[in-house]
Write a protein that binds this ligand. Structure first.
Ligand code: SF4
Length: 198
C-alpha cells in the first residue's frame, strides 16, 4: 500500500479541478492543503479551504480555526502536530466563490478520488470530528437530515465521532439559537479530545 507520505505527495500535485476553478469568479489554480500524519489520534473532517487558507497553505489559519481550537481546548502547537491531529477536508482545495461571493461547495470529485485512500491509512484515529454537512453526510450516512438535527443527535455517535457545526462566524447566530451546543456538547468534546490525545 502506498504510504501516507507518498499519497500526500500525490495529492499536493493534483490538478483534477483546474478547469473548474479557472471558471469560478476567483479564477484560481488548485492548491491542495493536506495536513495529515499516519499516526494521528484525532481526525478533523472538514469542508474545504477558504480563500485565506488557500493563500496561507495551512488549514484553519483564520477565525474559524481560532474558534475550532477553542471548542477543542487545544493550542496551535497541538492542533498543527500531524502526529496527533490529521486535518482532512472534503476537498483539499479552495473551491472558489460564486457570483454572490459565497464559497462554492467542495467538488465531489476530490472525496471520490482521495478520501477513502487517506482514511484507509489512518489506523490510529480515536476520535473523528465531523465539521459541517458535507463531512457529516459522508461519514454518517444514516444520521438525521440537516446539520442541526445531526449535531443535536451527537450522543448517538460517541465515543468515536462528534458532529459539529462549521466554526465560521456565519454560524454565530446558530450558536445563539442552540445554547445546548456550548452548554452540553463542548465539555464532552474537550474531554474526548483530551482522552484521544492521551
Ligand atoms: S480539490 Fe481535490 S481533486 Fe480537486 S484539484 Fe484539489 S486535490 Fe485535486
Amino acid at each position: 500500500m502506498t504510504s501516507v507520505a507518498d499519497l500526500i505527495s500525490q495529492i499536493k500535485t493534483c490538478t483534477l479541478c483546474a478547469d473548474r476553478f479557472a471558471a469560478t469568479e476567483t479564477g484560481h489554480a488548485p492548491r491542495p492543503v493536506a495536513w495529515i500524519g499516519p499516526k494521528a489520534r484525532i481526525l478533523v473532517a472538514g469542508q474545504a479551504p477558504g480563500l485565506r487558507v488557500h493563500k496561507s497553505g495551512k488549514p484553519f489559519t483564520d477565525p474559524s480555526g481560532d474558534r475550532l481550537r477553542d471548542w477543542m481546548g487545544v493550542d496551535e502547537a497541538t492542533f498543527y502536530d500531524t502526529s496527533r491531529i490529521a486535518i482532512l477536508p472534503m476537498a483539499f482545495c479552495f473551491p472558489g466563490y460564486d457570483a454572490k461571493g459565497s464559497d462554492l461547495p467542495p467538488p465531489r470529485l476530490c472525496a471520490e478520488t482521495w478520501r477513502q485512500r487517506v482514511l484507509d491509512r489512518l489506523s490510529g484515529v480515536r476520535l473523528t470530528l465531523l465539521i459541517g454537512g458535507y463531512a457529516q453526510s459522508w461519514h454518517l450516512p444514516d444520521a438525521p437530515k440537516g446539520v442541526t438535527a445531526t449535531v443535536a443527535a451527537w450522543r448517538e455517535f460517541l465515543p468515536g465521532s462528534l458532529p459539529l457545526p462549521h466554526p465560521s462566524w456565519r454560524n454565530t447566530g446558530w450558536l445563539k439559537k442552540n445554547p445546548w451546543f456550548e452548554r452540553d456538547l463542548l465539555p464532552v468534546l474537550r474531554t474526548r479530545v483530551t482522552e484521544a490525545l492521551a
